[in-house]
Structure formats: C-alpha cells, structure tokens
Design a protein around this ligand. Structure first.
Ligand SMILES: NC(=O)c1ccc[n+]([C@@H]2O[C@H](COP(=O)([O-])OP(=O)(O)OC[C@H]3O[C@@H](n4cnc5c(N)ncnc54)[C@H](OP(=O)(O)O)[C@@H]3O)[C@@H](O)[C@H]2O)c1
Length: 195
C-alpha cells in the first residue's frame, strides 16, 4: 500500500484479536497512527502491549459513550468498526434481546459511530463498517439496506465470498451492478489509493 497511510490517524473499534487486530497492526505497519477502542480498556491495553498504540474506550450500543469518545479522540482520517455481538444458537433458544444486541452492535452502533465521528474525520477519509463477508447473505443484505438508507454502495467482489452455489454470487453481483450500486475489486481500490 505504499505510503498512503503514512501519518494518517486511524481508529479501529473491536477486540484485541480477530479482524480488528489484523487491521490495526497492518495500518500501523503502513505508518498510520493508531487508536483502538473497545469496551474493556485494560484487556485492549494488554493485547496491544508492545505496539505503541493508543487505547480508548467505547461501547457502540451507548450514544453517550460514542459521543465521549468523539470528544476525546481528536481528528481522524479513517474509522473501522468490527464491533459485533453475534446472536448465535438454535432458533428455539434465540432470545429477542440477543437479536437486538446483534443488530445494535453490527448495524445501529456503527452508523452512530459515523454520526458522532464524521465531523472530525477528514472528508477524504473513510468509514469501514464490518458486519459480514458472505456475498449473498451478509454483504448483499447490508448493502441493500445501506442503499435504501441513501448510502452510495460499492461491493468489493474479491473481498467477499460464499459457500453457496456459484449462481448466488453471480446473482448478487448482477443485482448490485444493476440496482444497488457498483462492483469493483481490491486491486482497483489499491491502485486508486496510490494516486
Ligand atoms: N471473522 C470472520 O471470519 C468473519 C466472517 C464473516 C463476517 N465477519 C463479521 O466481521 C465483523 C468482525 O468480525 P470478528 O471475527 O473480528 O468479530 P468478533 O471476534 O466477534 O469480535 C467482535 C468484538 O466486538 C466487540 N464488541 C461487542 N459488543 C461491543 C460493543 N457494544 N461495543 C464495542 N465493541 C463491542 C467484542 O469485543 P470485547 O468483548 O473485547 O468487547 C467482540 O469480541 C463481525 O460483524 C462479523 O460478523 C467476520
């Protein structure tokens, strides 16, 4: 990625492992100044112990917590949210509160992050909100929801995948191209970022 993240301030919300950690450490290795935020500051501090990364607190289900983070964190270039409290389990065992929490952390909370943080994010910067990578399920439905909420949507075709039959991917890509936005690939994005 060359020097495109050099000196950029990047906020990553999530835990100290998984996707959040991979993104934080990659961005840091590309020269970005990292802030990581999660519910448990001590746990995060322990996870990033030797990386010189600034640790912050946020609960994406709590507007006051997000707004307080926005006040503390200062100007940013990019924001990534991986926060997720997935509702798992067999249907008979699922509770409404689990599903509500899942939606709150994966959809509503990240949008509230964008609301409170956008005044201090560079207009040339970005918000990347993870909620799933399954082409014909999580990606397709997050993308159509976002489209109907008025967002401009781009599906990065080689960054999502599915175990469904090939025609599901074909139909998803076709529908995004025809109705809900644009389709591109990571190579084109990286090329554009280097310009
Ligand atoms: N990993 C994959 O292969 C994969 C595949 C498809 C989709 N995805 C999607 O990509 C996203 C990130 O994946 P992941 O594997 O990194 O998820 P993950 O391991 O489940 O991590 C998400 C973390 O979000 C934090 N969190 C939960 N509630 C929160 C809240 N209210 N405020 C702030 N943070 C909160 C939790 O960390 P703490 O408990 O430490 O607070 C949780 O461990 C998810 O939406 C997931 O569904 C991942």
């Amino acid at each position: 990625m060359g020097t495109t993240l050099q000196s950029k301030r990047v906020l990553v919300v999530g835990r100290g492992s998984g996707i959040a950690r991979a993104v934080a450490l990659l961005a840091s290795s590309e020269g970005a100044e990292l802030v990581v935020a999660g519910r448990d500051k001590d746990k995060l501090a322990a996870a990033y112990d030797d990386h010189g990364i600034c640790i912050e607190t946020v609960d994406v289900t709590d507007d006051a917590s997000i707004s307080a983070l926005a006040e503390r964190v200062g100007p940013l270039d990019h924001v990534v949210s991986t926060a997720s409290a997935r509702a798992r389990g067999a249907l008979p065992d699922l509770q409404r509160t689990q599903l509500q929490l899942s939606l709150d952390t994966k959809v509503i909370g990240p949008v509230m992050l964008a609301k409170y943080l956008s005044p201090q994010v560079d207009p040339r910067g970005s918000f990347v909100l993870f909620s799933g990578v399954n082409t014909d399920q999580c990606v397709m439905h997050s993308l159509t929801d976002a489209n109907f909420l008025g967002y401009g949507c781009v599906m990065v075709e080689d960054c999502c995948a599915t175990t469904s039959p090939g025609f599901c991917t074909e139909a998803s890509v076709w529908n995004v191209k025809k109705c809900f936005g644009f389709v591109t690939d990571s190579g084109k994005i990286l090329k554009a970022l280097k310009k």
